[in-house]
Design a protein around this ligand. Sequence first.
Ligand code: AMP
Ligand code: MN
Ligand code: MN
Ligand code: MN
Length: 276
Amino acid sequence: MTVYDLHSHSTASDGILSPRELAKRAAEQGVNVLALTDHDDLCGLSEARAEAANRGMELVAGVEISITWRNTTVHVVGLRVDPEHEILVQGLRGNREGRALRAQLMAAELEKLGVRDALAGAYTYAGNKDLIGRTHFARYLVEYGLVKDVKTVFKKYLVKGKPGYVHHEWASLADALTWIREAGGLSVLAHPGRYHFGRERMRDLLREFKELGGDAIEVVTGSHTADQVPVFADLAVEFDFLASVGSDFHAPGEGGRELGRLMTLPPRCRPVWEAW
Ligand code: AMP
Ligand code: MN
Ligand code: MN
Ligand code: MN
């Protein structure tokens, strides 16, 4: 049986392992096909691919794009994209520039709480200085002693309605799907169970994603509970989406699932790799 893990992060975004270390760990965990899907950046792919090749593991070129849909943030994973494609490369650059501006505003908010040097502090955790995110701030806030761990940061700070949160307009769903399609990839709605949408809002998102040419949704993800898997399996079948599987691994011991340690897809789902 081939073990797929089609959602993971390295130091090219907010993961803790370098692309090489990530690929090595995935192979050691028994993964046969790994997608590296860093947030809004493709710069880790060549290093991950080289290590995967050494270990006889297939590496899928991926990316996780931040999107604003109806005033909330949604993530779409692109799989099997051409990392050189100019439209995708340019689009992602726009999201990264937005991240840098948002980071300045976040640091200003944290300063109001008495947290000093949050911008410089967060950047010390960014393996890729061109990609700054909330996780880097969260790790700094743990170091600073404000909270005991990253998980707690995302309960008390940096999230909507809590101190340190800054709203940001990411790419539109339509734009992100265009970039992925132009770059030859398949688009996958990431961790749909994480958005805390009601039934109608979720169906609106799935309908719009379908109309815009979305290909798949994550049914099995480190973000879904065992109960959520059949719910999203049913939605995948109903909306005729392919189904994807990914851990969303960021770091050993930072919550989330281990690479490759995932439930199997319910048999009623058509796996996304059938379209490859
Ligand atoms: P950003 O894209 O910079 O807004 O940051 C989003 C990232 O924050 C996600 O990809 C996760 O890595 C991290 N994150 C969000 N919520 C949580 C949470 N509750 N626990 C741990 N990490 C989280
Ligand atoms: Mn992340
Ligand atoms: Mn995500
Ligand atoms: Mn992710």
